[in-house]
Design a protein around this ligand. Structure first.
Ligand code: CUO
Length: 699
C-alpha cells in the first residue's frame, strides 16, 4: 500500500473523533486545528510523519452542498431520499478530486463538518467507484464501526479494562462476542440470531448497497435485477438456516395494519455517545411516519399500500406507465435492452433516477424500511432513535428484515410467474452428459461439516479507547470445513466445448419432513458457484474448491491486512490481475448449518452452453476474483446473459422428456443436469481448518 492509500484509509478510522485527534499508540493522526498544513503525528516515540496539506480556499460551505443537512451523531440512512441527496453532493465533491492525494486533502478538511456515517459512506463510495483508486481496498466495516456489531455493554467493559490497565501494557484487551451473548431460548426466532447478527452477513449487506447505490448517478448493469436476485438469495439461505434449527420458513409481511409479531432489541449504539438504536416491542403496529427530525417528509401506511397496488397492477397487466402516460412493457425477453425484472427492481427499490415513474410507483421498499424502523416512535413523541432497519449495516439483524424482504420477493416472484417457462432449448445442452457429482471434504464423501470459528478485529480502529490501548474484538461465527466438488462430464459433441457450470444447493424436505414439489423447492435453491470450463472431447473430471465460489468473497480485509499488504486468503496475491470487488457473500456462510444428526440437502449441477451465456466485456473492465454472482463487475456488464436465478426463476415447463415435471429431480432427466443427495452435519465445536490452495481443474 502506498502512502496516499494509507492516508486515505486512515480517514476511515475513528469516525466519531475529530480529524485532528491523534489515533492511539503507534497510530497516526491528522491535525486540522489551524489553517496550517495538515500534520500527521505519532503519539509514541519514533519518527513523526508529516503530510503537507495546503489550505483549500476552494472548499467553502457551499461546496458541500446538501452534505451538511444531516446532523452529526445521527444515523445516516440510505433508505431516506434526503440522506441520499446529501450523499450525492458529498460524493460528487470527492469524485471531482484530481487524484488520491487531492481526495485525501478534501476529505480531511470536510470530515469534521459532516455527519460521520455520511462521511464514511462518501469516502468509501469514492474509493470503490473511482477508476484510479481501483486497487485501493476497503477495510471491513466491522473495524470502522464496531458499535454497529458489538453491544455497548461489551465495549464499555473493554473501556473499563483499558482505564484500569497499566500504561505500559502491550497485551490487547479482548472483547469476546458470539452467538450465545444476546439470545434466550424463550423466543423461537433467537435460534437463528447467530446467523442474522453475523458480522459477515451485515458487512456484506452494507457493502452491496455501497456498490449498487441508488440515485447516485451510478447506473450499473442490471442493477434492479440484482437487487431482486441478491435479496432473494439471502432469503433462500435464511430459510435453509431456519429449517436447520427447526423453524418454519419465513412468512412475508404483507398486512401492514396487523401487529408485527417479533420485536427486536439490538443492544447496539448509533454512535459513540451511548445513544441506543430504537427498539421494537413484540406486536408493534407500523404507523404513519410523522417525525420532523430525520429530514424526511411525512408519509402514511396508505401511501405504501397504494404504491404496492400500482406495482402489482403493473405486473398483472404486463406493463408500467411512465410519466408521459406511455406503457412500458414488462418482459424478460430483452427487446428494449432492459428486462422487465430490471425495470421493476429499479421502480420498487426505488431509485428515483431510474424508476419508470417515481411519482406514481413511489419509494416502496425504502420507505417500508423507514416505517418499520420508526414503528416504535413514529411521531418522535419519545425522542427515540431509528431502529436497526434504517441502516444497511444493521438491518439484517432484525427478524422483520426477512419478513419485509419475503414480501418484496413475493412481488418479484409474481412477475416471474407471468413469464413463459423455459423451453427445452433453454434448458438442455445436447451432447453434454453429467455422469456423476460428488463432494469431498477431507476424507469424507458427500458430507459437509459446519461448526464455529473465531475471527479477530481491532476495535480500536473505530473507537478511541484512549491511552492508545489495543482492543481486539473476537467474534465467534458459524463456519464450515472447506470442500471440493467433483463433477464427471462426458462431452459427446466430438469437439472441445466451453460451458458454464452452475451449482445450487437446497434442502430436500420441508418443515414437515416431506419431499418438496418443484414450486415449493424453487425458492430455496441457493447458488453455490458458477464458473466456465473448457470441456475436452470425451470424459472430463472437473474439480472445484468451495472457497473459489463465484458467490463469496475471501475473508474481509482488516486495516492491518491492508497496511501490511496481506492478502485476506492464502493463495491470493495482492497484485493479481483480479480485483476483489468486495461485496460478495461471506465465505463462512456458504454452507447452511445443517443438523447435528445430519440434514438431507441436494446439489443441483447444470451445464449450459457458454456461447449462450457469455457477455462481451471491454478490455478495461475491472475483473473480480470472487463474488461476481452478487457483485457483478465494476464498470462492466453482469457476466452471465441468462436471467439471474436461471433456471429456478420461472415456473417449470410442464413436461421434461416424457415425464410430467413435478420435482426438481425431474429436470435431472436432462443429460446436462444432475441432482445429488448430500448431508450437512453441524458440530457444536470450533472447527479445525487446514489451509488449501486455489484451483479449478479439469482432467
Ligand atoms: Cu438490502 Cu431492503 O434492501 O435492505
Amino acid at each position: 500500500m502506498n502512502q496516499t492509500e494509507r492516508n486515505l484509509l486512515m480517514l476511515l478510522e475513528m469516525p466519531y473523533e475529530d480529524v485532528s485527534r491523534p489515533r492511539g499508540r503507534d497510530r497516526v493522526g491528522y491535525d486540522l486545528t489551524t489553517a496550517k498544513p495538515l500534520r500527521v503525528t505519532t503519539r509514541v516515540s519514533g519518527p513523526v510523519n508529516w503530510v503537507t496539506v495546503p489550505e483549500r480556499p476552494d472548499l467553502t460551505l457551499q461546496s458541500l452542498g446538501r452534505a451538511t443537512t444531516i446532523r452529526k451523531g445521527d444515523v445516516f440512512s440510505f433508505f431516506v431520499q434526503q440522506h441520499r441527496r446529501a450523499a450525492r453532493d458529498l460524493c460528487q465533491l470527492f469524485m471531482k478530486s484530481k487524484d488520491g492525494d487531492d481526495l485525501m486533502q478534501i476529505a480531511a478538511r470536510c470530515k469534521d463538518k459532516v455527519n460521520e456515517g455520511l462521511f464514511n459512506y462518501a469516502l468509501c463510495f469514492t474509493i470503490v467507484h473511482r477508476k484510479d483508486l481501483r486497487r485501493t481496498r476497503l477495510p471491513t466495516v466491522v473495524e470502522m464501526f464496531p458499535n454497529k456489531f458489538v453491544p455497548m455493554e461489551a465495549l464499555t467493559k473493554a473501556q473499563v479494562e483499558v482505564n484500569r490497565a497499566p500504561l505500559d501494557q502491550t497485551e490487547p484487551v479482548i472483547i469476546d462476542h458470539g452467538p450465545d451473548f444476546a439470545t434466550t431460548t424463550i423466543k423461537a426466532e433467537h435460534r437463528v440470531s447467530y446467523w442474522r447478527e453475523d458480522y459477515g452477513l451485515n458487512s456484506h449487506h452494507w457493502h452491496w448497497h455501497l456498490v449498487y447505490p441508488i440515485e447516485m448517478g451510478v447506473n450499473r448493469d442490471r442493477k434492479g435485477e440484482l437487487f431482486f436476485y441478491m435479496h432473494s438469495q439471502m432469503l433462500a439461505r435464511y430459510d435453509m438456516e431456519r429449517l436447520s434449527v427447526g423453524l418454519n420458513r419465513v412468512v412475508k409481511l404483507d398486512n401492514w395494519r396487523a401487529p408485527i409479531d417479533d420485536g427486536y432489541f439490538s443492544k447496539l449504539t448509533v454512535n459513540n455517545s451511548g445513544r441506543a438504536w430504537g427498539t421494537r416491542q413484540d406486536d408493534t403496529v407500523m404507523q404513519d411516519f410523522r417525525r420532523n427530525d430525520f429530514g424526511l417528509e411525512s408519509f402514511t401506511v396508505t401511501d405504501l399500500e397504494q404504491w404496492r397496488s400500482r406495482i402489482l397492477a403493473a405486473i398483472h397487466q404486463g406493463f408500467m406507465v411512465n410519466r408521459e402516460g406511455e406503457r412500458v412493457p414488462l418482459s424478460d425477453d430483452v427487446t428494449s435492452g432492459k428486462r422487465g425484472i430490471d425495470i421493476l427492481g429499479d421502480s420498487f427499490e426505488a431509485d428515483a433516477d431510474l424508476s419508470v415513474n417515481s411519482q406514481f410507483y413511489g419509494d416502496l421498499h425504502n420507505l417500508l424500511h423507514v416505517a418499520i424502523a420508526f414503528s416504535h416512535d413514529p411521531d418522535f413523541a419519545h425522542k427515540e432513535e431509528v431502529g436497526v432497519m434504517g441502516e444497511s449495516a444493521t438491518a439484517m439483524r432484525d427478524p422483520v428484515f426477512y419478513r419485509l424482504h419475503r414480501f418484496v420477493d413475493d412481488v418479484f416472484q409474481q412477475y416471474k410467474l407471468t413469464l413463459p417457462p423455459y423451453s427445452m432449448d433453454d434448458l438442455s445442452l445436447p451432447g453434454v452428459v453429467v455422469e456423476r457429482v460428488g463432494l469431498r471434504q477431507g476424507d469424507q464423501t458427500d458430507i459437509l461439516v459446519t461448526g464455529w470459528s473465531d475471527r479477530e478485529f481491532e476495535a480500536n480502529r473505530g473507537i478511541d479507547f484512549a491511552a492508545g490501548m489495543p482492543v481486539m474484538l473476537r467474534l465467534r461465527h458459524i463456519d464450515h470445513l472447506p470442500f471440493n466438488y467433483h463433477i464427471m462430464v462426458n462431452n459427446q459433441t466430438g469437439a472441445d466445448k466451453q460451458v458454464t457450470v452452475r451449482i445450487f444447493l437446497a434442502p430436500r424436505r420441508n418443515e414437515r419432513g416431506e419431499e418438496m414439489s418443484f414450486m415449493d423447492q424453487r425458492l430455496l435453491w441457493a447458488e453455490m458457484d458458477k464458473f466456465t470450463v473448457s470441456l475436452k472431447s470425451g470424459s472430463n473430471h472437473i474439480e472445484r474448491m468451495s472457497k473459489d465460489s463465484s458467490v463469496t468473497n475471501p475473508n474481509e480485509f482488516t486495516f492491518r491486512d491492508l497496511e501490511e499488504g496481506r492478502p485476506a486468503e492464502p493463495g491470493t496475491s495482492e497484485n493479481s490481475e483480479f480485483d476483489f470487488c468486495g461485496c460478495g457473500w461471506p465465505q463462512h456462510l456458504l454452507v447452511p448449518r445443517g443438523k447435528p444428526e445430519g440434514m438431507a440437502y441436494q446439489l443441483f449441477v447444470m451445464i449450459t452452453d457458454f456461447e449462450k451465456d457469455k457477455v462481451e466485456q471491454t478490455a478495461s473492465d475491472r475483473r473480480c476474483a470472487n463474488g461476481v454472482s452478487f457483485c457483478g463487475i465494476l464498470d462492466g456488464k453482469y457476466p452471465d446473459k441468462r436471467p439471474m436465478g436461471f433456471p429456478f426463476d420461472r415456473r417449470p415447463p410442464p413436461r421434461v422428456m416424457d415425464s410430467d415435471l413435478t420435482k426438481a429431480a425431474d429436470l435431472a432427466l436432462l443429460d446436462n443436469i444432475f441432482l445429488h443427495n448430500i448431508t450437512i452435519r453441524f458440530t457444536d465445536d470450533v472447527l479445525q481448518k487446514e489451509t488449501t490452495t486455489t484451483t479449478t481443474t479439469t482432467t
